[in-house]
Design a protein. Structure first.
Length: 222
């Protein structure tokens, strides 16, 4: 299964999505910082499962209708940072879907995630990640779970990795840095947390018009 995650930088890179899907043929597309009202209902062979409605810039998830059936959706608001309280850019930071694989007959959970910005503390982002993983699991007890997106966590990832492992999940980075706007902040911002999946590889795709590079996650349920 192939999953692309892309932070569109205030919808700036939305015009690239059709070509991105056409070139890489993903099964699932997870977006962050999109203008929900301007999203199409389909991109290539992918259908819009849902998108957040309470954010100035939203989160969305597309899936391949010919491969999966949509079984359920969870939209989650997480603990707010000071930036969230003042600027109010985003309340809903997770959009998760339970999907049924038509061929295998198995269900799994996949989610698009956008953590609090760099002005927040890493401890708050760790809290958000743990809370998101816990709440997503309510879509199906014991199901394989994959959460991809913009974690806004460029440094001290060993602490995050340990926190995620303690929670029963794995953290997997891509093969190259994903954020390029400011040299001092370059690093791996976009990656995956998972349980019940083997992450075959995470490839950082070429730079588009966003300050984030998209990632292509190739996974197999174990």
């Amino acid at each position: 299964m192939k999953v692309i995650s892309y932070n569109l930088q205030k919808h700036r890179a939305a015009g690239e999505l059709a070509a991105l899907v056409g070139e890489h043929d993903p099964d699932i597309l997870c977006l962050q910082e999109c203008r929900v009202a301007d999203l199409p209902t389909t991109i290539g062979g992918l259908a819009l499962a849902d998108a957040t409605q309470g954010n100035r810039l939203g989160i969305a998830l597309f899936y391949r209708e010919s491969t999966f059936r949509l079984q359920g959706i969870r939209v989650l608001g997480l603990k707010k940072s000071l930036h969230d309280r003042i600027a109010k850019p985003a309340h809903e930071r997770v959009l998760g879907a339970r999907l049924h694989d038509i061929d295998s007959g198995r269900d799994f959970i996949v989610a698009s995630f956008h953590a609090a910005p760099l002005t927040a503390l890493n401890s708050l982002r760790r809290h958000q990640i743990r809370a998101a993983l816990t709440e997503l699991a309510t879509l199906g007890d014991g199901l394989p779970q994959l959460m991809v997106g913009d974690y806004n966590y460029p440094v001290f990832k060993e602490n995050l990795g340990q926190a995620v492992r303690d929670h029963g999940y794995a953290l997997t980075l891509s093969d190259d840095h994903t954020y390029t706007r400011y040299r001092v902040f370059r690093g791996h911002y976009d990656f995956a947390t998972s349980t019940g999946f083997d992450i075959d590889r995470i490839t950082t795709l070429p730079q588009g018009s966003s300050d984030h590079r998209p990632i292509l996650v190739t996974v197999t349920p174990n």
